[in-house]
Design a protein around this ligand. Structure first.
Ligand SMILES: Nc1ncnc2c1ncn2[C@@H]1O[C@H](COP(=O)(O)OP(=O)(O)OP(=O)(O)O)[C@@H](O)[C@H]1O
Length: 738
């Protein structure tokens, strides 16, 4: 076939008197140009597709009015789908059934609009953004590693070519029966092998180093965002875009950085190989006196065709990888739940239920992995057939072309003399080795496509996570708000509640709320408008039925939940200390339990002593703990070592260590005996701490001067307590509103 093409070319160039190189170069350029157009067509189309009017795209975010998911899922949905969904949901939803329908619609839109990561423009943008984080400047560690890595890859390619030419010469000496030169060449070959193997190992070492450096950069950045403005709380409680942030922060970042570093060497070396080997092959073809163009032209055509076939038939590895990561994360989450709640589950004997959850999560992962294996099986069969056999055949033709097409001797010289044969053998061996390396390089380049698509999956997970973190840390939340939840006092835009409240620093240290609503992250308005003023020394008791918004008021005061309307004036966070019903025990020593959330360095900076900590423990009747646990430096799993009541008392001991202006006590003594509870409350008051207490215990009324009573239906009353009421723990007559 190539001979036919060559003959036809000869005829045509002679006929029209055009230099043969011009024609062959023209054909090659046109082929390359056409193939380039073909490859770039889908991307050009997607760029044009993205230029749809913004207004249409924005409809997607309109969750409040049409029940659709708010942003975060914009990509990958057609405009017609948007419009259909919008129109469907314009109908008012008066009852529960309709509400269910709406939720179903929202879910189906979520499914439709869920992004499928693939090799597209969005992937490129996200990757560039992440690369800027991983390589922050031209003079950083990572650039240095990259430079050394690139140099190592380049040197390795030169070595491969050098080794191939040495092997060619060795075969020539064998054919010539030249033992001396053969032995010398063999020694030289062995001498090169040593640095070559060292270089291979160095390349792998540098790749791992690069992956680790990239990971460290990303982890630093992600942790910075995660612990900024309580993002770790808000991302799971106020925003609905990502689940299992822990998995993304650990596994996905690691997989992403390893994939980037691996792909760098996986792409760079084959590219060097292709360029340099192509050049070396062309040079040896010319030395043989054969035409340079037909061989490479044939290679370009065959490789382009096989690449196209593989591209069309390739499964969507990016989407498959993203789903796999999701399922792995979910399985880990279920495991974590079992570990965290082991005692409760054991008491209930709930292992059957937990086991079934675990099995379900595991089966989902296994089913998905099987799906990937099956898809990979057929893809690898095709890939191997095309790359191993079709390419080997093409390589054979390419290697033989210069020998077959080389100019024949014209002056009666023999074509099969010893010298000529050994020369051709040397050429054949060198070219064959070079081609093998070249084929290997192209194979790696093509199999890299699969890895690039997999990288798209990780890029999307890591990139989305960082986007969500920075949105959330700057107060932008995305969560579905069902249309029927809209409240006239609040403002909505594109399905999201707008944060319109004003937060001010209190100058006199008091707390003041004016028309502040209490709204849950789901958009439920628990209390429509609350007005309250608390000066230092005015102890407030908060009561009401379950779920009426008592703890939520603390969340608003602490800044965990946004102030959607009205005004909130409050002292700085360090002046307010929150103690929850379920006390939290940190990792570390007994000392670190008392000083939490201070670190040991803070403790030393404040010039506090263990003796002072001992006094804190005495106030909550835990003085014996130091001796019992083996001193202040003793470490244990405090969550399990301390009893429920002891943990609650330890949490109150922290109050005496920090001595804040206000204590937000959320049923934090429910497991403490009543005598110890009373002495703790009295101590806190004596210390000058103003109490805001949520409790159902009448015995605590006596420590407070006012009561905020929620009715559970959005209403509330602020009442003063008489001394009889304080003692009785109940209102003696009809309560008087303040
Ligand atoms: N993270 C959250 N996401 C969505 N809704 C929430 C969240 N936290 C609380 N809620 C809802 O807010 C409402 C008020 O909850 P809150 O914890 O303030 O109740 P409470 O008055 O303290 O109740 P209890 O006396 O049982 O502790 C409840 O209906 C609850 O379901």
């Amino acid at each position: 076939m190539p001979t036919v093409i060559s003959k036809y070319l000869d005829g045509t160039t002679r006929k029209y008197n055009i230099p043969k190189e011009y024609v062959t170069r023209g054909i090659v350029s046109a082929a390359v140009l056409l193939y380039g157009c073909k490859l770039s067509y889908p991307y050009l189309k997607s760029i044009c597709g993205e230029r749809t009017p913004k207004s249409k795209k924005k409809i997607l975010c309109n969750g409040a009015s049409n029940g659709k998911l708010a942003n975060g899922f914009e990509n990958g949905v057609s405009d017609s789908e948007d419009e259909k969904a919008t129109n469907n949901n314009k109908i008012a939803i008066p009852n529960g059934n309709a509400l269910k329908k709406q939720t179903k619609d929202a879910k189906s839109v979520k499914r439709k609009t869920a992004k499928t990561p693939s090799f597209n423009l969005e992937f490129v943008y996200q990757l560039i953004k992440l690369l800027q984080l991983m390589i922050p400047s031209a003079f950083c560690n990572e650039t240095a590693i990259l430079a050394v890595h690139t140099l190592a890859l380049f040197t390795r390619t030169f070595m491969s070519i050098y080794v191939a030419s040495m092997e060619g010469q060795m075969v020539k000496f064998i054919v010539q029966r030249d033992v001396r030169n053969f032995a010398f060449m063999l020694l030289k070959w062995l001498g090169v092998a040593l640095p070559a193997t060292f270089l291979n190992s160095t390349i792998r070492f540098l790749e791992n180093k690069l992956a680790l450096s990239f990971r460290t950069r990303l982890v630093d950045h992600a942790y910075g965002l995660y612990f900024k403005q309580q993002t770790y709380y808000r991302v799971s409680n106020l925003d609905g875009r990502i689940e299992n942030a822990d998995h993304r922060l650990t596994e996905d970042i690691s997989a992403f950085t390893s994939s980037v570093a691996h792909l760098y060497s996986h792409l760079t070396k084959p590219l060097f190989d292709c360029a340099l080997i192509g050049f070396a092959l062309a040079r040896s073809s010319r030395q043989m006196g054969a035409a340079v163009v037909p061989g490479p032209l044939l290679a370009v055509v065959v490789i382009s065709l096989t690449a196209q076939i593989l591209r069309v038939l390739s499964p969507k590895f990016g989407a498959l990888v993203a789903v796999e990561a999701d399922r792995k994360a979910y399985l880990r989450h279920i495991h974590n739940r079992v570990i965290t709640n082991a005692e409760e589950i054991a008491f209930y004997g709930g292992h059957k239920v937990e086991l079934s959850h675990l099995k379900k999560a595991y089966q989902a992962l296994v089913a998905h992995k099987n799906k990937i294996f099956v898809q990979r099986l057929w893809y690898v069969v095709l890939e191997q057939f095309l790359m191993k056999y079709v390419w080997s055949g093409t390589g054979m033709v390419m290697v033989s072309l210069p020998i077959i097409m080389a100019a024949r001797p014209v002056n009666g010289e023999s074509d099969i003399s010893g010298d000529k044969i050994s020369e051709r053998t040397q050429y054949f061996t060198t070219a064959r080795n070079l081609l093998l390396s070249g084929a290997d390089a192209v194979e790696r380049l093509m199999s890299s496509y699969k890895e690039i698509v997999e990288l798209a999956g990780y890029t999307s997970r890591v990139g989305d996570m960082l986007d969500v973190f920075s949105d959330v840390s700057s107060g932008k939340y995305t969560r579905t708000i069902v249309a029927s939840k809209k409240h006239p006092n609040l403002q909505y835009s594109e399905g999201r509640l707008l944060v319109k409240g004003v937060i001010m620093d209190s100058k006199d240290g008091s707390i003041m709320l004016r028309d502040v609503p209490i709204v849950t992250p789901n958009g439920d308005v628990v209390v429509a408008s609350l007005t309250l003023c608390m000066s230092v020394g005015e102890h407030l008791l908060i009561t009401g039925p379950n779920g009426c918004g008592k703890s939520s008021l603390f969340r608003v005061l602490s800044g965990l939940w946004p102030v959607y309307a009205g005004q909130l004036m409050r002292p700085p966070n360090c002046s307010m200390f929150y103690i929850p019903q379920r006390p939290y025990m940190t990792l570390g020593s007994l000392r670190e339990q008392v000083i939490y959330p201070d670190t040991v360095a803070d403790f030393e900076k404040k010039q506090m002593t263990d003796c002072m900590l001992q006094q804190c423990l005495e106030r909550v009747s835990l003085a014996h703990l130091v001796a019992r646990e083996g001193g202040w430096d003793a470490t244990a799993d405090w969550k399990d070592v301390l009893s429920g009541g002891e943990k609650q008392r330890m949490a109150v001991a922290r109050l005496f260590y920090h001595k804040p202006a206000f204590a937000l006590l959320d049923e934090c003594t429910s497991a403490v005996s009543m005598d110890v509870e009373s002495s703790m409350y009295q101590s806190a008051k004596d210390e000058g701490i103003t109490l805001l207490t949520i409790t159902h215990r009448p015995s605590l009324w006596k420590f407070h001067s006012r009561v905020l009573q929620f009715d559970g239906e959005g209403g509330w009353k602020l009442l003063s307590l008489t001394s009889q009421e304080k003692e009785a723990g109940a209102f003696s007559s009809k309560p008087q509103q303040v």
